[in-house]
Design a binder for this molecule. Structure first.
Ligand SMILES: CC(C)(COP(=O)(O)OP(=O)(O)OC[C@H]1O[C@@H](n2cnc3c(N)ncnc32)[C@H](O)[C@@H]1OP(=O)(O)O)[C@@H](O)C(=O)NCCC(=O)NCCS
Length: 326
């Protein structure tokens, strides 16, 4: 598709991975925006997909006359029915129509597949994003809560069910079994249930990856569920924390093993690991509609800290009953 050019800003879309310099430009834009807004505009998946040749992503870039990146959007076009996107405009270039042009381009890229809808995440549920989405005729279709917990407060013991043991994930050995259980546990989840082998490898290659904080629960050698933790350096978690925080990154329990208390026990094991690493705060993300998970987390001591919202033109999109975090 040809570029749309005005005197000031050019908007261009590309399907392939970005080169290293362009990707660095997007990361710098995200960092500038996070410093100004107090919340990171792009989440982990779009950042990992900047340079991933296997990503099902479309990148839309807005550059000014000097070639400086002033806005960026990325859409996940891997699903046939709906594309989810994240969108950011440099704080010093807002209210000049750049966000609207990025959105317009996202819409035309998404519409390449007839009937596919576009949904846009707004992290932190900022008033500017609400106003922008309203102006564009979009409504809230999904809400993701960020919950947090003080690791220094004593917690109730949550033993593993009888006959179940936990051990660290072994890279190079456990990937396929973990992906199988993860996709069963998150069969109805729009993103987590679709984690590919490449997505998993990319996370294993990240500096934060620590198999000791990724625990698998087994009975008679069969994988029943897991808890995966992630430690964020100070100010890297998008929540403005001045000290490192630990995330309960993914908790998944196979549908056949649900109802045994395994989700709560695994989460507690993850919290014990984070506390043993000297961390003071734990966080996690969960769908606001996932009442089973929220009840489990609340009983462990988590409280709601903030919310991310997804805008779209349809009705509430995420089913209840999803297993746990993310
Ligand atoms: C939301 C965001 C993308 C808007 O980008 P932008 O380039 O400023 O948007 P536009 O200039 O195209 O704004 C279009 C309309 O949205 C509304 N709007 C946008 N920002 C607004 C604000 N801060 N207050 C009130 N209305 C606002 C206005 O109606 C505006 O039209 P107007 O300027 O003619 O009144 C930008 O603020 C941003 O990057 N925020 C952080 C990331 C984020 O939340 N992304 C998710 C977006 S759903």
């Amino acid at each position: 598709m040809p570029d749309e050019t005005t005197a000031q800003v050019t908007v261009a879309a590309t399907a392939g991975p970005l080169d290293a310099t362009t990707a660095d430009g997007v990361r710098a834009l995200a960092a500038r925006t996070a410093a100004a807004d107090g919340v990171a505009p792009l989440s982990e998946q779009p950042l990992l997909w900047l340079t991933d040749p296997e990503a099902s992503a479309v990148h839309v870039r807005a550059t000014d006359a000097s070639g400086q990146l002033v806005g960026y959007a990325q859409a996940d076009v891997g699903a046939a029915t709906s594309a989810s996107a994240e969108l950011v405009v440099d704080p010093v270039h807002r209210r000049t129509g750049i966000g609207s042009r990025l959105l317009e381009r996202l819409r035309s890229e998404t519409a390449v597949v007839p009937g596919r809808t576009l949904r846009v995440w707004a992290h932190g549920d900022l008033p500017s994003a609400r106003a922008f989405a309203g102006h564009a005729g979009m409504v809230v279709v999904r809400e993701l809560w960020r919950m947090s917990l003080d690791l220094a407060v004593p917690r109730e013991a949550r033993p593993l069910p009888a006959g179940v043991t936990a051990r660290p994930f072994v890279p190079g050995q456990d990937e396929e079994a973990w992906r199988r259980v993860n996709s069963r546990a998150f069969a109805h989840h729009p993103e987590q249930g679709r984690m590919t082998a490449s997505d998993l490898r990319a996370r294993e290659a990240e500096p934060w990856f620590d198999p000791d904080g990724f625990l698998l629960a087994e009975r008679d050698g069969a994988l029943l569920g897991s808890v995966w933790t992630k430690v964020h350096a100070a100010d890297e978690d998008g929540g403005g924390h001045a000290v490192p925080v630990g995330e309960i990154y993914v908790v998944g329990v196979d549908p056949d093993a649900q109802g045994l208390g395994l989700g709560g026990a695994l989460t507690a094991l993850g919290l014990d690991h984070l506390a043993a690493r000297g961390l003071r705060t734990a966080i996690l993300y969960t769908g606001a509609e996932n009442t089973v998970a929220i009840r489990t987390y609340t009983r462990l001591g988590f409280t709601k800290e903030s919310a991310d919202v997804m805008f779209g033109s349809g009705t509430q999109g995420s089913p209840a009953g999803v297993t746990m975090s993310t």
